[in-house]
Design a protein. Structure first.
Length: 105
């Protein structure tokens, strides 16, 4: 079975926010690498691609079996994507955050 992964508006804004943060961090660094922000977003998109085939392999969040988190490694840390399986063919990406952030926004 293949699932269609749809980004909520909030999740799309999260990708922009994470890119901007990584870009600013690299601009502020003496040894900044301007390729890193794009690579980070690509790692997130590649990780989310896993959900098209195996969303139930990710850990549950709360009491619902349909709300889950995907851990996406990148560098020394990574990202966490919150999503919901809404029917037999659709996954909605609700939010994406850096692993060092306190919680989803």
């Amino acid at each position: 079975m293949t699932y269609r992964v749809v980004f909520s508006e909030a999740a799309a804004l999260d990708l922009e926010r994470l890119f901007d943060f990584a870009l600013q961090r690299e601009l502020d660094s003496e040894t900044g690498d301007l390729d890193i922000p794009g690579k980070a977003v690509q790692a997130i998109k590649d990780g989310i691609g896993f959900l098209a085939s195996s969303p139930f392999a990710c850990r549950k969040v709360g009491p619902s079996s349909f709300v889950r988190e995907l851990i996406i490694p990148f560098g020394h840390t990574g990202y966490v994507a919150l999503f919901e399986v809404v029917d037999k063919s659709t996954v909605i990406m609700g939010a994406v955050r850096h692993q060092r952030e306190d919680d989803y926004h």
